[in-house]
Design a binder for this molecule. Structure first.
Ligand code: DLL
Length: 436
């Protein structure tokens, strides 16, 4: 199949030209942030850097990092760098109230974000003849809105399904002959299983491709999904802080995701020292957004661990490729596509009158994440009847669902039965094998 591009000139631009473009944009972006974003100006001042020190991309390492904590501390307006009246949209990460990160967008920011998603859709074979079924969540999560906007730009017929209601997903998929499916890989696997349960064979649907991301997934899972749906499955990456999905995406070669380097500069750093590592090293991914107006993060530490490669790609795209994220340098888990911090669960426990003696166990069964929370009862609570305990388990699961958007199975256990550790408490047991 001949490779197609959404913006060929940019996507296949020679490396030297991309770097020149990045340098030009970086100088302007640093000035914009210095002039309009007091929290970042303060960070620059603390590091003794001014816009005059940044003459191009080679000076990037002089700038201070931004972390999720920086963003939380400055909630709710955080790194906003334009008047609110210039903003047309917010999106937000999941998180404890008051600790969410809110990302702001001008109309231009939305346009560029949607273009990135359009590049991903075209790389997966999308055209205006396609029917794109978007079953990422809509709302504050960026998955639905991002792919929805990209699909519009490509001119495809867009089905804004959002996630859930699998029966309806399947009905629309069959009746409207969807050709491209966009959702988390775990939901894609679930849809595949549901189709099989309903007696459909992979060739009964019209799907040709899937664009799956927002959570880690293995090559093995890719093969399972491809076999169950009869499609080619493409990876897509992004995060709310950098606008959402479409920061990088897979092409037909499927050996890493091309980062849209006209908009984002990627660096790999040592998560302990912050030192920039050479190409090919494994480390924490850091992004600088070159064009974002409202929320222009410079050197944002993603906490995702991966490797960058500049090896030429057979698809003709010249933009650097990132490996699938291989882990995180913080304690965030992604369960059924939702970002979960143990501290959020702890906050619910304390709020509901439990002591913070708990353990979270995550596993994967039939391509679906399982999520169990074991919580110790206090000796007073332990005198409850069995039915009383069952009711408490349900109530606690409900409270956690309200906080996270996904519910665990809660197991209330006898006092002092969760192993104590001498050092850091082992709060999370993640049994999923997500990396080869
Ligand atoms: O997950 C944006 C997105 C939506 C990406 C739809 C792709 C598709 P957040 O909720 O802010 O944004 O979560 C960002 O999710 O730092 C990674 O740890 C993880 N992540 C995102 N894409 C992938 C992927 C969206 N393809 C966090 N593979 C990131 C592995 C991913 N992890």
């Amino acid at each position: 199949m001949e490779e197609r591009y959404y913006q060929k000139e940019i996507e296949t631009m020679p490396y030297e030209q991309i770097r020149a473009l990045q340098s030009e944009k970086l100088v302007k972006q640093v000035q914009h942030v210095w002039d309009n974003c007091p929290p970042y100006r303060k960070l620059m001042e603390e590091k003794g850097v001014t816009p005059a020190d940044i003459k191009g991309i080679d000076d990037l390492h002089k700038l201070p990092f931004i972390t999720k904590d920086t963003l939380r501390e400055t909630y709710p307006y955080s790194m906003l760098a334009v008047p609110l009246s210039e903003c047309v949209r917010i999106q937000s990460t999941s998180g404890t109230t008051g600790k969410r990160v809110i990302a702001y967008y001008t109309q231009n920011d939305v346009n560029l974000w949607e273009e990135c998603c359009a590049r991903a859709i075209v790389a997966a074979g999308g055209t205006k003849e396609d029917v794109v079924q978007v079953c990422y969540g809509y709302g504050l999560f960026t998955g639905g809105p991002g792919l929805n906007g990209g699909s519009h730009l490509v001119g495809s017929l867009t089905l804004p399904m959002s996630s859930g209601n699998t029966e309806r997903q399947i009905q629309f998929m069959m009746d409207l002959k969807s050709t491209i499916l966009c959702c988390t890989p775990s939901y894609a696997a679930y849809i595949g299983e549901s189709l099989k349960e309903q007696g459909y064979k992979p060739e009964d649907n019209s799907l040709k491709a899937g664009i799956f991301g927002a959570e880690p997934w293995t090559e093995e899972m890719r093969h399972d999904i491809e076999a169950s749906l009869g499609i080619k499955a493409y990876d897509i990456y992004g995060l709310t802080e950098t606008s959402g999905p479409g920061v990088s995406f897979e092409c037909s070669e499927q050996k890493g995701m091309h980062i849209n380097e006209d908009h984002f500069v990627a660096e790999i750093i040592d998560p302990e020292t912050g030192e920039v590592l050479p190409e090919g090293s494994k480390g924490e991914l850091v992004f600088t957004s070159l064009d974002k107006e409202a929320f222009p993060l410079l050197r944002y530490r993603t906490r995702d661990i991966c490797v960058l490669s500049r090896k030429p790609c057979s698809c003709g795209r010249t933009h650097v490729r990132m490996s699938k994220p291989m882990g995180r340098s913080d304690d965030m888990m992604i369960i059924r596509g939702v970002n979960v911090f143990p501290s959020q669960i702890e906050a619910v426990l304390l709020n509901e009158g439990y002591a913070p003696n708990y353990q979270i166990v995550v596993d994967r069964s039939k391509n679906n994440d399982t999520f169990d929370v074991y919580v110790e009862l206090s000796p007073e609570q332990f005198t409850d009847t069995v039915s009383g305990i069952t009711a408490r388990e349900k109530a606690l699961a409900g409270a956690i669902r309200t906080m996270l958007g996904i519910g665990p199975i809660v197991h209330l256990v006898a006092p002092k039965t969760i192993a104590r550790s001498e050092g850091k408490a082992v709060r999370v047991i993640d049994k999923r094998k997500l990396h080869d």
